[in-house]
Design a protein around this ligand. Structure first.
Ligand SMILES: CC(=O)[C@@H](O)[C@H](O)COP(=O)(O)O
Ligand SMILES: NCC(=O)COP(=O)(O)O
Length: 237
């Protein structure tokens, strides 16, 4: 089974654009879960322009599905995760000025650093995942960090699929097969949408979870949040 974790960063961005509390993230989170969402993902960035650190604190007590916090493990982020204790933390090597995530970890160059933070999170019973490009060497490097899972960075797949190039899935199949071989759990995310998710799911073995935000919220403007969540769940069966 592939779980759908809904990334609510975009709802926070909309709320922040006016100040105030509309849309109300607590209510949206409860609704997403009621509509069938199997997890909630937030990705606080150092400038908090999308989701805020305090949102993660506020949401923890009301989330009854799986809470996933993503981000670059700078000290402030590590402290937040240890305080909130989500089910899963996903480490993403974000540059401070990046509009959105735009690369996976170099798990070889950053091995010692990743191993260190992963050990800390695991000591607190928080499942770990690291965001990586679909590159066998990066998957192999991830094993040595002790992480439970990897999250494949799917932007390249999404771009290729949109251009009609179905071969764009190939590196993801190779990386997923390697993850399976070395015993890493597999998540995926970034720019997945209602168009490209089915082909991805059909071709990637043992896909445990996808986190989807930008497209899901955009699609909901036209189709409604409940309907969109159900369309994803159907495609992920
Ligand atoms: C890690 C990742 O793939 C991102 O897509 C991210 O979680 C989205 O965050 P923003 O909505 O802040 O761009
Ligand atoms: N980890 C990816 C994620 O949470 C959502 O990415 P996107 O769908 O907003 O591109």
């Amino acid at each position: 089974m592939t779980k759908l974790s809904v990334n609510i960063n975009k709802l926070a961005t909309l709320r922040n654009s006016r100040g105030g509390n509309v849309p109300n993230l607590t209510q949206s989170t409860l609704d997403i879960e009621r509509f069938g969402g199997q997890g909630i993902t937030v990705h606080p960035r150092p400038d908090e322009r999308h989701i805020k650190y305090q949102d993660a604190r506020d949401l923890k007590p009301i989330i009854t599905t799986e809470f996933n916090i993503e981000g670059n493990p700078i000290p402030k982020f590590v402290d937040l995760v240890l305080e909130v204790k989500p089910a899963q933390v996903t480490l993403v090597p974000d540059a401070v000025d990046a509009i959105t995530s735009n690369a996976g970890w170099d798990t070889i160059k950053n091995q010692a650093f990743l191993k260190d933070v992963i050990t800390t999170f695991k000591e607190h019973n928080i499942r770990t995942s690291i965001f990586v490009d679909p590159d066998v060497k990066m998957v192999e490097g991830a094993v040595a960090t002790g992480t439970d899972r990897i999250e494949l960075y799917t932007e390249a797949y999404a771009e290729a699929y949109a251009a009609g190039n179905l071969k764009g899935i190939d590196p993801f199949v190779v990386a997923a097969t390697k993850a399976q071989e070395v015993g890493l759990g597999l998540n995926a995310g970034h720019d997945l949408n209602l168009e490209n998710i089915k082909f991805f799911k059909e071709n990637i073995p043992d896909l445990l979870e996808v986190s989807i935000g930008h497209a899901l919220i955009c699609e909901s403007i036209y189709l409604g949040l409940e309907n969109v969540i159900n369309l994803y769940l159907h495609r992920l069966k």
